[in-house]
Design a protein around this ligand. Structure first.
Ligand SMILES: *[C@@H]1O[C@H](CO)[C@@H](O)[C@H](O)[C@H]1NC(C)=O
Ligand SMILES: *[C@@H]1O[C@H](CO)[C@@H](O)[C@H](O)[C@H]1NC(C)=O
Ligand SMILES: *[C@@H]1O[C@H](CO)[C@@H](O)[C@H](O)[C@H]1NC(C)=O
Ligand SMILES: *[C@@H]1O[C@H](CO)[C@@H](O)[C@H](O)[C@H]1NC(C)=O
Ligand SMILES: *[C@@H]1O[C@H](CO)[C@@H](O)[C@H](O)[C@H]1NC(C)=O
Ligand SMILES: *[C@@H]1O[C@H](CO)[C@@H](O)[C@H](O)[C@H]1NC(C)=O
Length: 226
Protein backbone atom coordinates (compact mmCIF):
# COMPACT_ATOMS: atom_id res chain seq x y z
CA UNK A 1 0.00 0.00 0.00
CA UNK A 2 2.66 2.47 1.04
CA UNK A 3 4.73 1.71 -2.05
CA UNK A 4 1.70 2.29 -4.27
CA UNK A 5 1.03 5.58 -2.50
CA UNK A 6 4.63 6.78 -2.91
CA UNK A 7 4.66 5.66 -6.54
CA UNK A 8 1.45 7.43 -7.45
CA UNK A 9 2.62 10.58 -5.68
CA UNK A 10 5.85 10.49 -7.68
CA UNK A 11 3.96 9.98 -10.94
CA UNK A 12 1.61 12.83 -10.04
CA UNK A 13 4.54 15.15 -9.24
CA UNK A 14 6.35 14.23 -12.45
CA UNK A 15 3.20 14.92 -14.47
CA UNK A 16 2.72 18.29 -12.79
CA UNK A 17 6.38 19.09 -13.41
CA UNK A 18 6.04 18.18 -17.11
CA UNK A 19 2.95 20.35 -17.57
CA UNK A 20 4.45 23.34 -15.75
CA UNK A 21 7.81 23.02 -17.47
CA UNK A 22 6.26 22.58 -20.87
CA UNK A 23 4.11 25.69 -20.47
CA UNK A 24 6.28 28.11 -18.62
CA UNK A 25 9.88 27.13 -18.55
CA UNK A 26 10.77 25.33 -21.76
CA UNK A 27 8.81 27.72 -23.98
CA UNK A 28 10.62 30.78 -22.66
CA UNK A 29 14.08 29.22 -22.46
CA UNK A 30 16.33 31.49 -24.52
CA UNK A 31 18.53 28.59 -25.58
CA UNK A 32 15.55 26.91 -27.29
CA UNK A 33 14.75 29.93 -29.49
CA UNK A 34 15.26 29.18 -33.15
CA UNK A 35 16.95 31.60 -35.52
CA UNK A 36 16.34 31.73 -39.27
CA UNK A 37 17.13 28.36 -40.86
CA UNK A 38 20.05 28.46 -43.34
CA UNK A 39 20.51 32.17 -42.68
CA UNK A 40 22.02 33.83 -45.75
CA UNK A 41 24.02 36.87 -44.70
CA UNK A 42 24.65 38.10 -48.27
CA UNK A 43 20.92 38.30 -48.93
CA UNK A 44 20.40 40.05 -45.61
CA UNK A 45 22.85 42.88 -46.41
CA UNK A 46 21.60 46.28 -47.48
CA UNK A 47 19.11 48.68 -46.01
CA UNK A 48 16.57 47.91 -43.30
CA UNK A 49 14.16 50.49 -41.92
CA UNK A 50 13.18 50.06 -38.30
CA UNK A 51 9.42 49.57 -37.94
CA UNK A 52 9.16 48.68 -34.25
CA UNK A 53 11.61 48.28 -31.41
CA UNK A 54 11.91 47.22 -27.81
CA UNK A 55 14.69 47.92 -25.32
CA UNK A 56 14.80 46.86 -21.67
CA UNK A 57 14.56 50.40 -20.32
CA UNK A 58 12.27 53.37 -20.71
CA UNK A 59 13.08 55.85 -23.48
CA UNK A 60 11.18 59.14 -23.07
CA UNK A 61 9.29 60.21 -26.20
CA UNK A 62 11.58 63.24 -26.62
CA UNK A 63 14.61 60.93 -26.85
CA UNK A 64 13.16 58.54 -29.45
CA UNK A 65 14.63 58.64 -32.94
CA UNK A 66 12.71 59.08 -36.18
CA UNK A 67 13.61 57.68 -39.61
CA UNK A 68 15.87 55.05 -38.02
CA UNK A 69 17.68 52.88 -40.55
CA UNK A 70 20.51 50.36 -40.68
CA UNK A 71 22.60 49.77 -43.78
CA UNK A 72 24.69 46.58 -43.71
CA UNK A 73 27.62 46.22 -46.09
CA UNK A 74 30.47 43.75 -46.21
CA UNK A 75 33.98 45.08 -46.68
CA UNK A 76 36.88 43.27 -48.34
CA UNK A 77 37.91 41.80 -44.95
CA UNK A 78 34.50 40.08 -44.67
CA UNK A 79 33.54 42.42 -41.86
CA UNK A 80 29.91 43.55 -41.83
CA UNK A 81 29.78 47.30 -41.36
CA UNK A 82 26.59 48.89 -40.14
CA UNK A 83 25.92 52.49 -40.96
CA UNK A 84 23.07 53.81 -38.88
CA UNK A 85 21.13 56.93 -39.74
CA UNK A 86 18.37 58.53 -37.74
CA UNK A 87 16.84 61.86 -36.81
CA UNK A 88 16.46 63.00 -33.25
CA UNK A 89 13.17 64.52 -32.20
CA UNK A 90 14.34 67.97 -33.29
CA UNK A 91 14.94 66.51 -36.78
CA UNK A 92 18.73 66.63 -36.69
CA UNK A 93 20.39 63.89 -38.68
CA UNK A 94 22.47 61.49 -36.61
CA UNK A 95 25.07 59.05 -37.92
CA UNK A 96 26.47 56.07 -36.02
CA UNK A 97 28.65 53.17 -37.05
CA UNK A 98 28.73 49.60 -35.85
CA UNK A 99 30.00 46.15 -36.74
CA UNK A 100 27.80 43.11 -37.06
CA UNK A 101 30.17 40.44 -35.81
CA UNK A 102 29.57 36.86 -36.79
CA UNK A 103 29.55 33.83 -34.51
CA UNK A 104 29.79 30.13 -35.30
CA UNK A 105 25.99 30.03 -35.72
CA UNK A 106 24.70 31.78 -38.85
CA UNK A 107 21.94 34.17 -37.84
CA UNK A 108 23.35 34.63 -34.35
CA UNK A 109 25.47 37.74 -34.51
CA UNK A 110 26.73 40.48 -32.22
CA UNK A 111 26.06 44.14 -32.90
CA UNK A 112 29.02 46.15 -31.72
CA UNK A 113 28.42 49.91 -31.76
CA UNK A 114 31.37 52.25 -32.20
CA UNK A 115 32.02 54.78 -29.43
CA UNK A 116 30.06 57.44 -31.42
CA UNK A 117 26.95 55.29 -31.00
CA UNK A 118 27.46 54.65 -27.28
CA UNK A 119 29.81 51.67 -27.65
CA UNK A 120 27.17 49.12 -26.62
CA UNK A 121 27.45 45.50 -27.65
CA UNK A 122 24.48 43.18 -27.80
CA UNK A 123 23.52 39.90 -29.37
CA UNK A 124 21.60 40.19 -32.63
CA UNK A 125 19.68 37.11 -33.62
CA UNK A 126 17.79 37.03 -36.88
CA UNK A 127 14.70 35.09 -35.83
CA UNK A 128 13.02 35.34 -39.20
CA UNK A 129 13.33 37.17 -42.49
CA UNK A 130 12.29 36.73 -46.10
CA UNK A 131 15.25 39.02 -47.05
CA UNK A 132 13.10 41.15 -49.39
CA UNK A 133 10.34 42.48 -47.12
CA UNK A 134 10.86 42.07 -43.42
CA UNK A 135 13.08 40.82 -40.64
CA UNK A 136 12.60 40.14 -36.95
CA UNK A 137 15.65 40.37 -34.72
CA UNK A 138 16.00 39.57 -31.04
CA UNK A 139 18.64 40.05 -28.39
CA UNK A 140 18.70 38.76 -24.85
CA UNK A 141 20.73 41.13 -22.68
CA UNK A 142 20.46 39.14 -19.48
CA UNK A 143 19.80 35.46 -19.01
CA UNK A 144 18.04 34.77 -15.69
CA UNK A 145 19.03 31.75 -13.56
CA UNK A 146 15.90 29.90 -14.78
CA UNK A 147 16.99 30.30 -18.41
CA UNK A 148 14.42 32.93 -19.39
CA UNK A 149 15.42 36.35 -20.66
CA UNK A 150 15.55 39.30 -18.28
CA UNK A 151 16.47 42.08 -20.70
CA UNK A 152 14.98 41.74 -24.16
CA UNK A 153 15.73 43.89 -27.18
CA UNK A 154 13.79 43.25 -30.33
CA UNK A 155 13.27 44.92 -33.68
CA UNK A 156 10.94 44.55 -36.61
CA UNK A 157 12.61 45.72 -39.83
CA UNK A 158 11.29 46.44 -43.30
CA UNK A 159 13.03 46.99 -46.62
CA UNK A 160 10.68 49.97 -47.06
CA UNK A 161 9.59 52.76 -44.71
CA UNK A 162 6.34 50.90 -44.06
CA UNK A 163 5.21 47.32 -43.48
CA UNK A 164 2.00 45.46 -44.24
CA UNK A 165 -0.38 44.48 -41.45
CA UNK A 166 -0.11 40.86 -42.59
CA UNK A 167 3.65 40.84 -41.97
CA UNK A 168 3.23 42.68 -38.67
CA UNK A 169 0.73 40.03 -37.59
CA UNK A 170 3.14 37.22 -38.40
CA UNK A 171 5.95 38.92 -36.46
CA UNK A 172 3.52 39.17 -33.54
CA UNK A 173 3.06 35.41 -33.57
CA UNK A 174 6.84 34.94 -33.64
CA UNK A 175 7.28 37.41 -30.77
CA UNK A 176 4.78 35.46 -28.67
CA UNK A 177 6.94 32.40 -29.28
CA UNK A 178 9.89 34.36 -27.85
CA UNK A 179 7.80 35.25 -24.79
CA UNK A 180 7.77 38.90 -25.88
CA UNK A 181 4.54 40.89 -25.63
CA UNK A 182 4.26 42.34 -29.14
CA UNK A 183 2.22 45.28 -27.87
CA UNK A 184 5.21 46.47 -25.82
CA UNK A 185 7.17 47.30 -28.98
CA UNK A 186 7.35 51.01 -29.88
CA UNK A 187 6.56 52.11 -33.44
CA UNK A 188 9.22 54.12 -35.29
CA UNK A 189 7.98 57.15 -37.22
CA UNK A 190 9.25 57.59 -40.76
CA UNK A 191 8.47 61.17 -41.61
CA UNK A 192 11.16 62.21 -44.08
CA UNK A 193 13.63 60.54 -46.42
CA UNK A 194 16.33 58.82 -44.38
CA UNK A 195 19.33 60.99 -43.59
CA UNK A 196 22.17 60.67 -46.03
CA UNK A 197 25.69 61.93 -45.61
CA UNK A 198 25.81 62.43 -49.37
CA UNK A 199 22.90 64.87 -49.18
CA UNK A 200 24.50 66.61 -46.22
CA UNK A 201 27.75 66.81 -48.20
CA UNK A 202 25.81 68.21 -51.16
CA UNK A 203 24.55 70.98 -48.89
CA UNK A 204 28.13 71.70 -47.85
CA UNK A 205 29.22 71.67 -51.52
CA UNK A 206 26.51 74.16 -52.41
CA UNK A 207 27.54 76.45 -49.60
CA UNK A 208 31.21 76.12 -50.57
CA UNK A 209 30.12 77.12 -54.09
CA UNK A 210 28.64 80.24 -52.58
CA UNK A 211 31.91 80.78 -50.75
CA UNK A 212 33.59 80.96 -54.18
CA UNK A 213 30.87 82.88 -55.97
CA UNK A 214 30.60 85.64 -53.39
CA UNK A 215 34.30 86.66 -53.58
CA UNK A 216 34.13 86.51 -57.40
CA UNK A 217 31.07 88.76 -57.43
CA UNK A 218 32.73 91.07 -54.92
CA UNK A 219 35.92 91.03 -56.99
CA UNK A 220 34.02 91.74 -60.21
CA UNK A 221 32.09 94.58 -58.66
CA UNK A 222 35.29 96.09 -57.27
CA UNK A 223 36.88 95.63 -60.70
CA UNK A 224 33.89 97.35 -62.28
CA UNK A 225 34.11 100.14 -59.77
CA UNK A 226 37.75 100.65 -60.61
C1 LIG B 1 -0.55 25.58 -20.72
O1 LIG B 1 -0.74 26.30 -21.93
C2 LIG B 1 -2.04 26.13 -22.46
C3 LIG B 1 -2.07 26.81 -23.83
O2 LIG B 1 -1.08 27.78 -23.97
C4 LIG B 1 -3.05 26.73 -21.48
O3 LIG B 1 -4.34 26.58 -21.99
C5 LIG B 1 -2.94 26.02 -20.16
O4 LIG B 1 -3.79 26.64 -19.22
C6 LIG B 1 -1.52 26.07 -19.63
N1 LIG B 1 -1.39 25.28 -18.44
C7 LIG B 1 -0.75 25.68 -17.35
C8 LIG B 1 -0.63 24.70 -16.24
O5 LIG B 1 -0.23 26.80 -17.25
C1 LIG C 1 12.27 33.13 -14.09
O1 LIG C 1 12.84 34.01 -13.14
C2 LIG C 1 12.31 35.34 -13.16
C3 LIG C 1 13.10 36.17 -12.18
O2 LIG C 1 13.33 35.51 -11.01
C4 LIG C 1 10.82 35.30 -12.84
O3 LIG C 1 10.29 36.61 -12.88
C5 LIG C 1 10.12 34.43 -13.86
O4 LIG C 1 8.74 34.32 -13.55
C6 LIG C 1 10.74 33.05 -13.89
N1 LIG C 1 10.12 32.32 -14.98
C7 LIG C 1 9.84 31.04 -14.87
C8 LIG C 1 9.16 30.42 -16.03
O5 LIG C 1 10.14 30.40 -13.89
C1 LIG D 1 24.57 51.43 -48.00
O1 LIG D 1 25.99 51.43 -47.95
C2 LIG D 1 26.59 51.19 -49.21
C3 LIG D 1 28.10 51.12 -48.99
O2 LIG D 1 28.57 52.22 -48.28
C4 LIG D 1 26.22 52.28 -50.19
O3 LIG D 1 26.77 51.99 -51.45
C5 LIG D 1 24.71 52.34 -50.29
O4 LIG D 1 24.34 53.43 -51.12
C6 LIG D 1 24.10 52.53 -48.93
N1 LIG D 1 22.66 52.49 -49.06
C7 LIG D 1 21.91 53.48 -48.64
C8 LIG D 1 20.43 53.30 -48.86
O5 LIG D 1 22.37 54.47 -48.11
C1 LIG E 1 19.33 66.86 -31.78
O1 LIG E 1 20.67 66.94 -32.22
C2 LIG E 1 21.17 68.26 -32.28
C3 LIG E 1 22.57 68.18 -32.90
O2 LIG E 1 23.36 67.25 -32.27
C4 LIG E 1 21.19 68.84 -30.89
O3 LIG E 1 21.65 70.16 -30.93
C5 LIG E 1 19.76 68.81 -30.33
O4 LIG E 1 19.76 69.27 -28.99
C6 LIG E 1 19.22 67.41 -30.37
N1 LIG E 1 17.85 67.43 -29.96
C7 LIG E 1 17.35 66.54 -29.10
C8 LIG E 1 15.90 66.68 -28.79
O5 LIG E 1 18.04 65.66 -28.61
C1 LIG F 1 33.53 43.31 -33.83
O1 LIG F 1 34.42 43.38 -34.93
C2 LIG F 1 35.23 44.55 -34.93
C3 LIG F 1 36.01 44.57 -36.23
O2 LIG F 1 36.61 43.36 -36.49
C4 LIG F 1 36.12 44.57 -33.70
O3 LIG F 1 36.90 45.75 -33.69
C5 LIG F 1 35.24 44.53 -32.47
O4 LIG F 1 36.02 44.47 -31.31
C6 LIG F 1 34.32 43.32 -32.52
N1 LIG F 1 33.41 43.39 -31.39
C7 LIG F 1 33.13 42.35 -30.64
C8 LIG F 1 32.17 42.59 -29.53
O5 LIG F 1 33.59 41.27 -30.85
C1 LIG G 1 -3.98 41.22 -38.01
O1 LIG G 1 -4.40 40.82 -36.73
C2 LIG G 1 -5.52 41.53 -36.24
C3 LIG G 1 -5.73 41.17 -34.79
O2 LIG G 1 -5.46 39.86 -34.54
C4 LIG G 1 -6.71 41.19 -37.13
O3 LIG G 1 -7.85 41.88 -36.68
C5 LIG G 1 -6.39 41.62 -38.55
O4 LIG G 1 -7.43 41.21 -39.42
C6 LIG G 1 -5.10 41.00 -39.02
N1 LIG G 1 -4.76 41.62 -40.30
C7 LIG G 1 -4.25 40.95 -41.32
C8 LIG G 1 -4.01 41.72 -42.57
O5 LIG G 1 -3.95 39.78 -41.25
Amino acid sequence: MEVMCVLSSVVFLVLIQLVVCKNETINCQVNTFQTKQNFNLKQYLGTWYEMKWLVPFDVPVADRYLDYRHNYTMNTDNQVLVSITARNSSKHCLYFNAYLNLTATPGKMVLSLQPDGGGDTYTYWVIDTDYVNYALTYACGEMLPNGTCGKVRSWIWSRKTSISQTLLNSTEVLLNGLCVDASSLITTSHVEDACSKQNDDAVITTSSCWCLIIPIVVYLSIFHLI
